[in-house]
Write a protein that binds this ligand. Structure first.
Ligand SMILES: C[S@@+](CC[C@H](N)C(=O)[O-])C[C@H]1O[C@@H](n2cnc3c(N)ncnc32)[C@H](O)[C@@H]1O
Length: 264
């Protein structure tokens, strides 16, 4: 799902790395840290944008790092990436100083984001940049009325998702500008990255819809009404008249907030 997300949001991501390069100005960007790197969406976008740089890709999940390593080898970028397994909730790993720190959809996972932000602050070289990206809501794909089931399935799923996320991820939807400022950063740029795609969707976007809605289906298994569960099952079937793939009214709509900050 993360790789498909990267494909669907590639333009918005490229615009953001381009803005970070502008803001870096004369400061050479050589050492980059990707915090909660996942499968490497940010890592690879940054390596493309900063040809002199190498990236330390930090993640607590060995599975994510394994996937990232495989992609790096396939893209012939392995010599510019240092995968580093570390749980940032347990303290800051020995990374060495950085010119750019990238944290995409990862800060809200931290038990104590303010402490992690202070550690990032201590790690950045003067003139260095921190980019934080947060997606408050999962992307939307479906029309309100699917022609079967009760209208509003996706909207109801998002209400339940908000409840589930509030229980498990208390920092989601935080006031990140306030946290950045509190940790000693000055925000240079705030922007909203919007993806809006209408039918006919490209194949990657359709697979993204399958991946995201499957994840929602399993995350909400205990909360969905039987009717909405059955609607999602019909949509997620590989084939059949109600399958996602047969629909001509799918869309992708997602927004994320991004901030580029420097040391105050
Ligand atoms: C939603 S994914 C985002 C991945 C990637 N940055 C992206 O934008 O596609 C969040 C990542 O943060 C990692 N993560 C969560 N808590 C962490 C922690 N305490 N220390 C290090 N990584 C963590 C997860 O393993 C996961 O790969």
């Amino acid at each position: 799902m993360l790789d498909l997300d990267a494909e669907v949001a590639a333009t918005q991501l490229a615009e953001l790395t381009s803005r970070a390069a502008e803001l870096a100005g004369d400061h050479p960007v050589r050492d980059i840290l990707d915090i909660g790197a996942g499968t490497g969406t940010g890592t690879f976008a940054l390596l493309r944008r900063f040809p002199e740089a190498s990236v330390t890709a930090i993640d607590t999940s060995e599975e994510m790092l394994e996937h990232l390593r495989d992609s790096a080898t396939r893209l012939d970028l392995a010599d510019r990436i240092r995968p580093l397994r570390a749980d940032l909730d347990e303290g800051w790993p020995g990374t060495g100083p950085a010119d750019l720190v990238w944290a995409s959809s990862s800060m809200h996972h931290m038990a104590d984001p303010d402490r992690v932000l202070r550690d990032i602050h201590a790690t950045l070289r003067p003139g260095g940049l921190l980019t934080v990206i947060e997606m408050e809501r999962m992307p939307l794909f479906l029309p309100d009325d699917l022609g079967f089931g009760r209208p509003g399935t996706e909207a109801r799923c998002h209400v339940l998702l908000d409840e589930a996320r509030a229980e498990h991820l208390p920092h989601i939807g935080s006031d990140w500008p306030a946290r950045l400022t509190g940790a000693g950063f000055t925000i240079l740029e705030s922007r909203v990255l919007t993806v809006d795609m209408a039918s006919p969707l490209p194949e990657a976007a359709i697979r993204y819809a399958y991946a995201t809605l499957s994840r929602i289906r399993s995350a909400l298994a205990d909360r969905l009404t039987p009717e909405d569960a059955s609607t999602l099952d019909d949509l997620l079937a590989d084939d059949g008249p109600r399958a996602l793939r047969t629909r001509s009214d799918l869309r992708v709509h997602s927004t994320r907030s991004a901030w580029i900050a420097t040391l105050r």
